[in-house]
Design a protein around this ligand. Structure first.
Ligand code: HEC
Length: 206
C-alpha cells in the first residue's frame, strides 16, 4: 500500500468516525436536549481534532491528485460544505430538523465518496486503449526481439500478435522477465509498463 492509499484510508476512517458521531447526536437530540449537550461537551475536543485532521488530509489528497476530479467529488464537497453550517446552527438552536439534515449531508457525502472510489477503480480497469506512450516505449525497447508487429521472434521471442496473455499477465512478464527475456523491473516506471501492456493488447490478431 503506498502512502497515498494510506492517506485516503485514514481520511475515510475519520469521515466514518464523524458520521457515526453525528448519528449519535441525532439519536440524542431526539431523546432530549440534555443528553445531546452532554455528549457534545464530552466529545468537543475529540471532534475538533477529527475535523481538523480530516480537513488537512483532504487538502493534502486534493493537492496530490492535482485535478481531474470526478463530478461526484464536487457534489460531495458541496454536500459537506452545506452540512457544516447546518450542524453548527442546529446544535445551537437544538433543532432536530437541522441536526438531522446535517447528519444526512455527511452521510450522503460519505456514501458518495465510497461510490466515487469504486468508480475510479472501474475506470482504471476499463480504459486500456493503446496510448502514444505505450507505442513509443514499445518501439524503443521491444522491437529488436519482437518486431514492430510483434511477430519477429528473435531468439525465441514470443509472437505477441498471437499471445493469449491478459494485460495483467503481460505486465507480469515485462516486470519480471521470462526465459530469455530480461526483467524490466527497476528500469521502467510502473505506468510505462502499464501503457506497454495496454499497447500489446492492440497488437493481438494483427
Ligand atoms: C532480448 C530480446 C527481448 C526483448 C528486448 C523483449 N523481449 Fe519479450 N520476450 C522475449 C523472449 C525470448 C520471450 C519468450 C520468453 C519465454 O521463454 O517464455 C518473450 C516473451 C514476451 C512476452 C510473453 C508473451 C506470451 O504470450 O507469453 C511478452 C508479453 C513480452 N515478451 C513483451 C515484451 C515487451 C513489452 C518488451 C519491451 C519492453 C519485450 N518483450 C522485450 C524476448 C525479448
Amino acid at each position: 500500500m503506498d502512502s497515498n492509499t494510506l492517506l485516503s484510508k485514514a481520511h475515510m476512517l475519520l469521515a466514518l468516525l464523524f458520521v457515526i458521531s453525528m448519528l449519535i447526536k441525532v439519536i440524542l437530540i431526539f431523546k432530549n436536549n440534555e443528553s445531546f449537550d452532554k455528549y457534545r461537551g464530552k466529545t468537543k475536543i475529540a471532534e475538533m481534532i477529527v475535523t481538523i485532521l480530516f480537513l488537512i488530509l483532504g487538502i493534502i489528497l486534493m493537492v496530490q491528485k492535482g485535478g481531474g476530479f470526478h463530478l461526484l467529488f464536487w457534489i460531495k464537497l458541496a454536500v459537506v460544505a452545506a452540512g457544516i453550517p447546518l450542524g453548527i446552527v442546529g446544535a445551537k438552536k437544538h433543532s432536530k430538523v437541522l441536526v438531522t439534515l446535517s447528519f444526512l449531508c455527511f452521510f450522503a457525502a460519505y456514501g458518495l465518496a465510497e461510490v466515487a472510489k469504486k468508480k475510479v477503480v472501474v475506470e482504471e480497469v476499463v480504459v486500456a486503449e493503446p496510448t502514444q506512450l505505450g507505442i513509443e516505449i514499445y518501439k524503443a525497447n521491444c522491437t529488436p526481439c519482437h518486431g514492430e508487429d510483434g511477430k519477429k521472434g528473435l531468439g525465441g521471442a514470443s509472437d505477441l500478435s498471437t499471445s493469449i496473455l491478459s494485460e495483467e499477465d503481460a505486465k507480469g512478464v515485462i516486470t519480471n522477465g521470462r526465459g530469455n527475456m530480461a526483467p524490466y523491473r527497476g528500469q521502467m516506471k510502473e505506468e510505462d509498463i502499464k501503457a506497454l501492456a495496454a499497447y500489446l493488447q492492440s497488437l493481438k490478431g494483427k
